[in-house]
Ligand binder design. Structure first.
Ligand code: KG4
Ligand code: ZN
Length: 386
């Protein structure tokens, strides 16, 4: 068992893997899983990418370069410029040029301040987001001692992954993301399915929230019968590939008949229902197949009001013992607090780089949980470092 640090810790997190430039200071008490967010500064580039209908990698990395110093200053200042124990940064996966900005800033800071550096897998950050708490809010018992195994659904614009979390984060195996994955989308992520169908309807990027809003104008989720893919009983994978074609055919029809505007709420509600139905079917199936006692739902799509409402009324029927953990939206979408929390857990386990070890750390675009490059250097937890 790696050496445990027996004192309160303060970690600076940095996230630049896609179109959010974010920095955060997070603290944790010894022997507690709860990570308190002392500050979170985030600049969202959504408006910059909107004219292009999606994230443009070059635009993203250039903007991160312009923004990162101000965001770091803000996060440090808002937390009262505390003494930092370690710096955590998303090093994989993501847009490589965007990741590099965060990784370079983190390396420079760690070098200047002589602090250890923790390279964090972006999805491990999402997994850690359920342990975040705003100062002054109560500690939920399900967070301090999670009901395991826990089904973790990461549902965002880039991923729709189902994991069975068997350990609390202080015991996460170094490669736990690979080991815990039980289901994933074979094509588009759920958020992508929202965004692409929203684009067909003429909504700006990212369209998920527009579909959500329009559906709330009395939309009937049963008005159009869109495909729910991969319905086979044992399968825990998802697919949203047939949805776009089906939606575009309905749009053509409605436009031809001059009914598009009037039926838009029904169309949005039906698309939303098709995506949510598939998500909940697979969540329920995964929970039963793996005996999961609780559910954590993270990622941008967890903001969807219909998904939240259905989960609230249906969670017991899926076999969960406690209500689903859905963090506040600021911690669900990409943010640096979740990276700091994931870094906190790894740091406590002794998985970090120090001194010269991190100077050659690189950003990695692909999602492999731990690149050989890092594995070689951080696979043996450091001992006696507290
Ligand atoms: O986690 P996130 O902020 O970024 C990554 O993709 O990593 O997720 C963004 C996704 C987008 O696809 C967006 O359309 C979707 O989350 N989203 C929503 C809602 N709010 C954001 N989808 C459905 N309903 C919403 N209310
Ligand atoms: Zn993300």
């Amino acid at each position: 068992m790696p050496h445990r640090i027996q004192r309160p810790l303060t970690v600076l997190g940095i996230e630049t893997s896609c179109d959010e430039c974010s920095a955060s200071i997070v603290t944790a008490q010894p022997n507690s899983l709860v990570c308190e967010v002392q500050s979170l500064a985030t600049f969202s580039q959504i408006r910059l990418h909107q004219p292009f209908g999606g994230v443009v990698p070059e635009v993203a990395s250039r903007n991160h370069l312009e923004t990162i110093n101000g965001i770091l200053d803000q996060a440090l200042r808002e937390a009262g410029n505390p003494e930092i124990d370690a710096i955590a940064v998303t090093s994989r996966p993501g847009l490589v040029g965007a990741l590099l900005v965060g990784v370079s800033a983190a390396k420079a800071l760690a070098y200047a301040r002589k602090k250890p550096l923790i390279p964090v897998h972006h999805l491990e950050g999402h997994a850690a987001s359920i342990f975040l708490k705003k100062p002054g809010t109560p500690i939920l018992p399900e967070i301090e001692s999670p009901r395991l195994p826990m089904l973790l659904a990461i549902v965002s614009g880039g991923h729709t992954n189902l994991y069975v979390m068997r350990n609390s984060p202080s015991e996460w195996p170094i490669d736990f993301l690979n080991e815990a994955l039980v289901g994933r989308s074979r094509d588009d992520a759920a958020g992508e399915a929202f965004d692409k169908t929203a684009k067909l309807m003429g909504f700006p990027y990212p369209g998920g929230v527009w579909i959500d809003r329009k559906a709330q104008e009395n939309g009937n989720g049963k008005a159009f019968d869109f495909p729910r893919a991969l319905p086979r009983k044992t399968d825990l994978d998802l697919s949203f590939s047939g949805l776009k074609t089906a939606v575009s055919l309905v749009i053509q029809d409605l436009k031809k008949n001059g009914q598009f505007e009037e039926r838009l709420p029904d169309l949005c509600a039906s698309v939303q229902e098709a995506i949510i139905d598939q998500l909940l079917t697979k969540i329920s199936r995964a929970a039963q197949a793996h005996g999961c006692k609780s559910l954590a739902l993270v990622g941008g799509v967890s903001a969807n009001s219909r998904l939240r409402a259905r989960l609230e009324s249906e969670w017991k029927s899926y076999g969960f013992e406690v209500p689903p953990l859905v963090p506040p939206l600021a911690y669900c979408t990409d943010n640096a607090a979740m990276i700091a929390a994931a870094g906190m857990f790894r740091y406590r386990q002794g998985y970090y780089l120090r001194g010269d070890e991190f100077l050659t750390l690189n950003a990695t675009a692909n999602a492999s949980a731990l690149p050989e490059f890092d594995l070689a250097r951080i696979v043996s937890p450091k001992e006696g470092h507290a």
